[in-house]
Write a protein that binds this ligand. Structure first.
Ligand code: ZN
Length: 429
């Protein structure tokens, strides 16, 4: 197995929420010598040195300063840290019929069926008053199965295999504990969170939970599937696979060149937020790097961005859902995503550049266009392009079961994407 695949699987296990994704990226950046900075203004950039900033603990921009000013333009890679999930509501605990259940909201366009009958855990960020009376936030992750959404047995729904639908308000509340019959005490949500803070951060002493952003995730780790290990099965491949590929490419990039990686939260809900791709984060960083708004605009005119987000592979059982000449195959290379109605940002010139880059990097490339009689998804590419004016190309690895709790990609594509992104940063074309 490639070292890249090994580290990707470890990263998928660490990045159980967007907050944890940013923490896992930050750790790897610090290990590689990048400096975490709070404020970029007035910083003198040292050639070859890497820097990174985070926002809301869930979006991150990392870049390496090249030799000389970056007027020639930056090479940038964009991805997103969030994935569809079940998010815990503010007043979540319900006692019902011998169980404690958690009230949850659906975040993003989750495929709900696969959430049933899985061992689930909880991760996210909690905000609390510490023992000194200060307001603080910390990331917590229970890292063990503490919740499950059992299916309704087929005996109680004979139509289950034909037309079972899922009501997100009533049908997907996970069970989180039993309910004692006699005088055993019920569980308390705030105490559960506070205990987890104490377990992970004993130095905090006793804390009073004030609020939280917690979501459920599948405990099953990323796995290789297939007698030849051709498939990588995991939660959150969309889009942590791309975050990870962008990170490794940035670390491997020629230190003489200016290169940047941006991983935003909130793509799955449209990117309109303070830290989403439609927010000011990227332009603010570019303004700080260049010093003036005019220089930032010139830089953006000369820069190029690869917006990396997973693409729909052709499903062998449902091949009619693709245009027959534009159906990407697993393990046949990254996919350039094209939509003339601008649901993807890729222009003909951008696609041509990528073709040249892929040839020189010896990476096979595929093309995706949605069927003319179907609507097209979108991603951070068109939003970033519209907000910044940067020439942007949308691409990603072919994926099956997108937005399922267990998605599927090809293991060969992980290496192909890595080689392509490194070649992009190194301006091989
Ligand atoms: Zn995505």
């Amino acid at each position: 197995m490639s070292e890249r695949l090994d580290d990707l699987r470890a990263f998928l296990g660490e990045a159980t929420s967007p907050f944890h994704a940013v923490a896992a990226l930050s750790r790897r950046l610090v290990d590689a010598g990048f400096k975490a900075v709070k404020q970029l203004d007035d910083l003198t950039f040292e050639a070859g040195q890497g820097y990174f900033v985070t926002a809301n603990d869930s979006s991150i921009i990392a870049f390496r300063a090249g030799v000389g000013a970056c007027e020639e333009g930056l090479r940038m890679i964009g991805a997103h840290t969030d994935s569809p999930n079940l998010s815990v509501k503010p007043n979540p605990l319900k006692k019902r019929l011998g169980t404690h259940q958690l009230a949850v909201d659906v975040y993003g366009g989750a495929l709900l069926n696969p959430w049933f009958d899985r061992d689930l855990s909880l991760a996210g960020r909690v905000s609390f008053e510490n023992s000194e009376g200060e307001l603080e936030s910390r990331l917590i992750d229970f890292q063990r199965p503490i919740a499950i959404i059992p299916s309704l047995a087929i005996h109680l729904d004979r139509e289950a295999n034909k037309n079972r639908s899922i009501n997100p308000q009533t049908d997907i509340l996970p069970l989180i504990a039993g309910l004692p019959t006699a005088d055993g005490s019920s569980i308390d949500w705030a105490v559960l969170l506070a205990d987890q803070v104490s377990a992970q951060y004993p130095e905090e002493g006793s804390v009073r939970i004030l609020d939280f952003e917690m979501s459920l995730y599948d405990c099953q780790p990323a796995g290789l599937v297939g007698v030849d290990g051709a498939f990588l099965a995991s939660a959150r491949l969309d889009n942590l696979l791309s975050c990870h590929a962008g990170l490794l490419a940035l670390l491997a990039a020629d230190p003489a060149q200016w290169s940047l990686l941006v991983c935003n939260d909130h793509e799955e809900v449209g990117s309109t937020s303070a830290v989403g791709a439609q927010g000011p984060m990227l332009v603010d960083v570019l303004n700080s790097i260049t010093g003036t708004a005019a220089a930032s605009r010139r830089l953006r005119e000369r820069s190029k961005m690869l917006s990396v987000d997973n693409a729909h592979a052709v499903h062998p059982n449902f091949s009619d859902r693709h245009d027959e000449a534009h159906g990407p195959l697993l393990n046949h290379g990254p996919v350039v995503k094209i939509n003339r109605n601008q649901r993807y940002a890729t222009s003909g010139e951008g696609s041509a550049l990528l073709r040249l880059l892929a040839e020189r990097a010896q990476v096979p490339l595929q093309h995706f266009v949605v069927r003319s009689d179907m609507g097209c998804g979108s991603t951070i590419g068109p939003i970033t392009a519209a907000e910044t004016g940067i020439t942007t190309i949308d691409l990603g690895v072919p994926t099956l079961a997108m937005h399922s709790i267990r998605e599927l990609a090809g293991t060969a594509d992980v290496d192909y994407l890595g080689s392509l992104l490194t070649a992009f940063y190194n301006r091989v074309a």
